[in-house]
Design a protein around this ligand. Structure first.
Ligand code: NAD
Length: 321
């Protein structure tokens, strides 16, 4: 059994590796070769923590496992990340534990890979301006991964807490992209691609602010009650997601579905585009939207790639159970 620590994950997991692993599993999900099991998420009545499991099986790449962890809101005061997780991988032939993989760094990379995949498959090829809504921990990973997908010339950004924007500005500077803090309306008027990655519980972008041809990767809404967009945007857009069942229950589409603006069949798994079954964007004026809810199979895919790479490089500890 391999132990792949957070530090080892940082050494072996790259953005291209994460992109490749997540794209492959989205394709497998859309073919019916991989599926996620029901998510467990519970308030444990201690330390204000939310704890749970995300699990699944990818029969195409034979990856079986579970990500266990959750959200401990008081960790920051202890110098720890609030989101904590560990991935357990099992041998699908025997059920034996094959690897324990630190899940914190991998979660950020697999989430950024998902929106990057959506940009690559759905954004206009001539997209020049990237709009960032959110400036927290995930946003920096999102910006780096998105910047690799198109020839962006500048970044415009808005955040609820403006004092956090310099963290994102520093990443843009590293990437040699001019950065400007703007209002939400200006962001909609200027951006060709928009990433939302906040913990908002109400719409941050209104439909009238979004231009034809925009691609939106809506990444922050991963729980019932969270919301980042005016539901009318989903009604006007061609909507894609990682998993339709999550999109309509805990993803951004929960609100448009609850309001009766769209039905489940308005939403396409992005794997169908990856597999060439759905054309994706069909016109330069179309608004495309990716509802990235975060599925367990994404975690298992990147954890498996990290374990394989660390094993091959001999930098994972091997123990007998
Ligand atoms: P963070 O705590 O580091 O940052 C939170 C962000 O939300 C900041 O930009 C903050 O200013 C903003 N924010 C807070 N309250 C707000 C409000 N009331 N209105 C608007 N914005 C507000 O969190 P993070 O780790 O960067 O995660 C951001 C979001 O992404 C969270 O909701 C998290 O659950 C979600 N997430 C989704 C996935 C996925 O796969 N879809 C994966 C990881 C995290």
């Amino acid at each position: 059994m391999l132990i792949v620590t957070e530090e080892t994950c940082r050494k072996v997991m790259t953005r291209p590796l994460a992109y490749e692993a997540v794209e492959a599993v989205f394709g497998a999900m859309a073919r019916g070769d991989a599926w996620n099991f029901p998510v467990v998420r519970e308030a444990i009545g201690h330390a204000d923590a939310l704890y749970g499991f995300k699990s699944g099986f990818d029969r195409a790449s034979l990856v079986l496992g579970v990500k266990a962890g959750g959200y401990w809101p008081h960790n920051a005061g202890k110098g720890l990340t609030n989101h904590q997780s560990t991935v357990f991988l099992f041998d699908p032939d025997t059920g034996q534990l094959s690897a324990l993989v630190g899940g914190n760094h991998l979660t950020a990379l697999r989430t950024a890979a998902a929106s990057a995949i959506s940009i690559n498959h759905l954004a206009r090829k001539d997209a020049k301006v990237l709009g960032m809504v959110g400036a927290g921990h995930q946003s920096q990973f999102q910006l780096r991964a998105a910047a690799e997908q198109r020839g962006f010339e500048r970044v415009v950004a808005w955040n609820y807490h403006p004092d956090m924007l310099p963290n994102l500005a520093r990443v843009a500077e590293e990437l040699d992209l001019p950065f400007e803090a703007v209002s939400r309306e200006e962001l909609g008027a200027q951006a060709d691609v928009i990433i939302t990655i906040t913990s908002a519980h109400e719409p941050l972008l209104m439909k009238d602010w979004i231009r034809p041809g925009t691609h939106i990767a809506c990444m922050g809404t991963d729980t019932k009650g969270k919301q980042e967009l005016d539901p009318e945007i989903l009604a006007a857009a061609t909507v894609f997601t990682d998993e339709v069942a999550q999109s309509i229950t805990i993803g951004e589409a929960q609100h448009a579905v609850a309001n009766g603006l769209i039905a489940k069949d308005h939403i396409t798994p992005i794997g169908a585009v990856i597999n060439g079954v759905h054309p994706g964007r069909t016109s330069p004026a179309e608004i495309t939207l990716f509802d990235g809810t975060g599925v367990g199979l994404q975690d298992l895919a990147v954890a498996s790639a990290a374990a394989r790479d660390a094993g091959e490089k001999g930098i994972a500890e091997e123990i007998m159970l």
